[in-house]
Design a protein around this ligand. Structure first.
Ligand code: HEC
Ligand code: HEC
Ligand code: HEC
Ligand code: HEC
Ligand code: HEC
Length: 418
């Protein structure tokens, strides 16, 4: 316990005692000499010392997970739940479950007025993760789902992957001007005790409470990254890919479908060609390198492959579809279908069952073959496109949210010359 350290240091002990005696609500730390509940602490309190991590996090979807910063979430939240700035919004008599993952700091305070504090608007901010103490799983003992924060234990101090060794920290701090590490002693009025919680922070447990799965209000599973990961039987934790070391720290930009750099590294795409008589047979090989589906996450994520035969001047002679593969070449469109009561495709909130799931399974290899008239063909090109939204949603939201969110993004290509 870091508090012991404080008692060994007269000043530190004094400040700590002061904190407890003056206000000291459970779950609080000190900033500028004021006691602040942990879930009201903004990333600004960490920024000056953890500059690189702050920058990475700032650009991540975690920092943009609320209705105020994520236009897609905003659209769905308003439609399914209500006004994100209103107090007393309930869903099935409870605080909307969305907040347990998208606005965790408001969920702690049991409020639906998610613009009330800067620490709410920050969404999944530093303390949303670093206040967690344990992962209890997303099922209660009687089998009910408890999602997001509800699946975690939370404490009144910060936690990290390793913590500090007291004696060494004492030495290190002795050489400093006492302003360097507020996790060990009050420095410049800030005191943010921190201990090591390696079983949580070094493993997928740090992620699965929010990323395992989520059902809609009819009990239909929407996001299922956790189930997919179990199916993939990987022992590589999420952090290995999503928090690789960047500029000397564990990368907090945690890229996914919004990150071109991550998308480019998700799969193998290759094309081979064989000519027999007047036909070129093109084999488009895809391998999912991830321990979860490709695409994973929100049910409307989808990918498709476009195949083009080109002449010697690079002019297209043949393509596998004109407008969209959904009807013209269904095997080239990898997506999840959700069905309403009548078995018709529908939106996530209205789904009563899951239909076909043609996304690439964890580590799946898949080859699509095409017979193309050989006359004039000099090369065959395959291109993979990622879509945050289904085509119907892209159309419905076009003009209302930024263009790049409704436009297919080409993230990979491969070409074979004849
Ligand atoms: C006054 C400077 C300062 C501030 C402010 C600060 N930290 Fe730190 N923090 C440090 C130092 C120094 C270390 C140890 C060296 C390092 O890891 O960079 C550290 C380490 C950490 C670690 C790694 C611990 C481990 O287990 O390896 C975490 C996590 C952390 N800080 C979180 C936070 C959070 C969250 C905030 C904001 C609420 C914050 N820090 C604010 C100085 C600061
Ligand atoms: C407190 C809940 C919570 C925890 C814990 C959490 N996440 Fe997230 N994460 C979210 C939410 C909410 C979003 C979606 C934000 C949005 O798109 O509006 C998200 C988005 C993401 C994305 C998608 C980015 C994109 O481009 O769409 C990735 C990747 C991700 N998280 C990885 C992780 C990893 C890895 C961990 C564990 C180290 C983790 N998350 C822990 C809630 C959480
Ligand atoms: C989605 C959850 C999540 C959020 C949000 C988050 N962290 Fe972390 N952080 C982690 C995890 C998990 C690790 C451990 C990574 C590992 O060691 O594998 C970590 C590690 C760290 C470390 C140690 C890094 C190193 O390379 O030694 C520091 C310092 C830190 N976080 C500070 C912060 C600060 C500051 C913020 C906000 C700007 C923040 N974290 C936001 C989950 C989170
Ligand atoms: C081998 C590397 C690897 C591992 C391990 C891994 N991922 Fe991913 N993940 C990726 C790549 C690459 C992407 C981008 C392509 C995509 O969307 O699937 C991604 C995408 C995501 C997304 C984005 C979904 C969206 O809607 O934008 C989420 C969420 C996610 N991963 C969560 C996790 C979680 C949780 C774990 C651990 C249980 C994990 N990942 C383990 C490589 C990995
Ligand atoms: C168990 C945690 C959890 C709950 C509960 C949850 N979400 Fe999410 N949501 C996520 C995560 C994680 C992502 C991003 C990664 C992914 O695609 O899986 C996400 C992504 C989204 C996206 C896509 C955002 C984008 O940028 O494309 C929308 C929209 C969304 N959620 C709406 C909602 C709504 C509305 C609710 C409540 C009815 C809700 N979510 C409840 C975890 C959750």
């Amino acid at each position: 316990m870091k508090r012991i350290t404080c008692f060994t240091r007269p000043m530190a002990g004094f400040f700590w005692l002061l904190g407890v005696l003056v206000a000291g609500p459970a779950g609080a730390i000190e900033i500028d000499g004021q006691t602040v509940p942990l879930n009201h602490v903004t990333a600004e309190a960490c920024k000056d010392c953890h500059e690189e991590i702050y920058k990475q996090w700032r650009g991540s979807m975690h920092a943009n997970s609320t209705a105020f910063n994520d236009p897609i979430h905003n659209a769905f939240y308003r439609r399914v739940v209500g006004d994100p700035t209103a107090e007393g919004v309930l869903k099935k008599g409870k605080l909307p479950v969305c907040l347990q993952c998208h606005v965790p700091n408001a969920a702690v305070d049991q409020t639906s007025k998610t613009d009330a504090l800067p620490a709410y608007v920050e969404g999944v901010n530093c303390v949303a993760c670093h206040a967690l103490t344990s992962y209890e799983g997303i099922r209660t003992p009687d089998g009910k789902l408890r999602l997001g924060l509800l699946s975690y234990g939370r404490g009144d101090t910060l936690g990290g992957p390793m913590g500090f060794i007291e004696e060494e920290a004492e030495d290190a701090i002795a050489g400093l001007d006492e302003t360097e590490n507020p996790h060990l002693a009050p420095t410049k009025g800030a005191y943010m005790p921190l201990d090591g919680r390696p079983r949580l922070f070094r493993t997928s447990d740090a992620c699965l409470g929010c990323h395992d799965q989520r059902n809609n209000f009819h009990g239909v599973p929407l996001c299922q990254t956790g189930n997919e990961y179990t199916m993939g039987e990987s022992r590589v934790p999420c952090q290995t890919c999503h928090m690789s070391v960047t500029n000397g720290v564990a990368d907090h930009s945690m890229g996914g479908g919004h990150s071109m750099a991550m998308l480019r590294r998700s799969m193998v795409l290759d094309v081979t060609v064989e000519t027999r008589g007047d036909t070129v047979t093109a084999s488009v090989f895809m391998e999912n390198l991830q321990p979860h589906s490709m695409p994973t996450g929100a049910p409307f994520r989808n990918i498709f492959v476009k195949v083009t035969a080109l002449d010697a001047d690079g002019e297209p002679l043949w393509t596998n579809f004109e407008t969209h593969p959904a009807t013209e070449d269904p095997k080239a469109y990898m997506h999840l279908v959700l069905l309403d009561e009548n078995g018709q495709p529908t939106l996530p909130p209205k789904a009563h069952s899951a239909g076909d799931d043609s996304r690439l399974k964890p580590y799946e290899q898949r080859t699509l073959t095409y017979d193309i008239p050989a006359a004039g063909v000099a090369a065959v090109r395959a291109e993979l496109f990622y879509n945050l939204l289904w085509p119907s949603l892209q159309q419905a939201m076009a003009g209302k949210i930024p263009d790049e969110l409704v436009t297919p993004q080409r993230f990979m290509f491969a070409e074979a010359r004849l």
